[in-house]
Design a protein around this ligand. Structure first.
Ligand code: CP
Ligand code: NVA
Length: 304
């Protein structure tokens, strides 16, 4: 296992399997009310440059349930915001805590932390990737469909950070991913190329109705990610044909399910009807952030 978890491809197929097996075990222990304080005495520092609900709560509750402690740090309250260098923050923090989780605007910020911290660094979302989200999404698909191998998935909307991680994940999971975005909003070409080079199945289809034809899973996310707010009005106009609504759902397999990392914007990338409907797995997906991240922490802190 690598020291850090910055990209979903920082773990191997075998490590992903171990994490998901452990996540399922932790989920059962929690449901049974069985204590599992495996990380007693450990502290996770969580640095947030951007807002968060799920990532913040699931990591903090996860550390508490594992018997450890989580420390919430708003980057704006840290010396880093006044110009202290990342390498100095990373080395000082390494003397206090057992691991660092960082949500940053720039992917490079997290990489810089990892370079200088001698403790595990976890990407809690950057402009380029959201690997923790993918752990939960893969867990949710496995729970529902039994396996991710050759499962047909369509990403509809913005080719953003979560989309990039989904694309990379094809290398580990065997998912067959079709991506449908407006022109100019495709996922990063380097991720698509890397996934394909490593045997991942990734197809680009402009038309969302064609992209979702007969798929088993439709995944979407906001059209306006954190950091893109100034482009909001242009994006709403350009993305208007990419809403996941009941019409689009009808083109997928009759048993298809919907994933959304949340927060959702009903009436934009997804309708209220689909969010609240029987094909939505979004609440299991949100819950699985907790179990999969607990398993990740155990793996990174070498307790599993
Ligand atoms: N999906 C996700 O990362 O949610 P938050 O932004 O609320 O953490
Ligand atoms: N793509 C979204 C994900 C939020 C969890 C964003 O970056 O804002």
């Amino acid at each position: 296992m690598k020291k850090d978890f910055i990209s979903i491809l920082d773990i191997t197929r075998e490590e992903l399997d171990t994490i998901l097996t452990e996540a399922a075990r932790l989920k059962r222990l929690r449901a049974a009310g069985t204590p599992h304080e495996i990380l007693r005495g450990k502290t996770l520092a969580m640095i947030f440059e951007k807002s968060s609900t799920r990532t913040h709560i699931s990591f903090e509750v996860g550390m508490n349930e594992l018997g450890g402690h989580a420390l919430f740090l708003n980057a704006r309250d840290m010396q880093i915001w006044r110009g202290e260098e990342i390498r100095d923050t990373a080395r000082a923090a390494s003397r206090y805590v057992s691991a660092l989780m960082i949500r940053a605007y720039k992917h490079g910020t997290i990489e810089e932390f990892a370079k200088y911290a001698n403790i595990p660094v976890i990407n809690g979302l950057s402009d380029m990737e959201h690997p923790c989200q993918l752990l939960a999404d893969i867990m949710t698909m496995q729970e529902h469909f039994g396996s991710t191998r050759d499962l047909r998935v369509a990403w509809v909307g913005d080719g953003n950070n979560v989309c990039n991680s989904l694309i990379l994940s094809t290398v580990l999971t065997g998912l067959d991913v079709t991506v449908s975005t407006p022109k100019g909003y495709e996922p990063a070409a380097v991720y698509v190329e890397k996934a394909r080079e490593l045997g991942g199945k990734v197809t680009m289809v402009r038309n969302p109705e064609k992209a979702v034809k007969d798929v088993e899973v439709i995944v979407t996310d906001t059209w306006v990610s954190m950091g893109d707010e100034e482009e909001r009005s242009d994006r709403l106009r350009l993305f208007k044909d990419y809403t996941v609504d009941s019409g689009l759902m009808k083109r997928a397999s009759p048993d298809a399910r919907v994933l959304h990392c949340l927060p959702a914007h009903r009436g934009e990338e997804i309708t209220d009807e689909v969010m609240e409907g029987g094909q939505s797995l979004v609440w299991d997906e949100a819950e699985n952030r907790l179990h999969s991240q607990k398993a990740l922490l155990l793996k990174l802190l070498k307790k599993s």
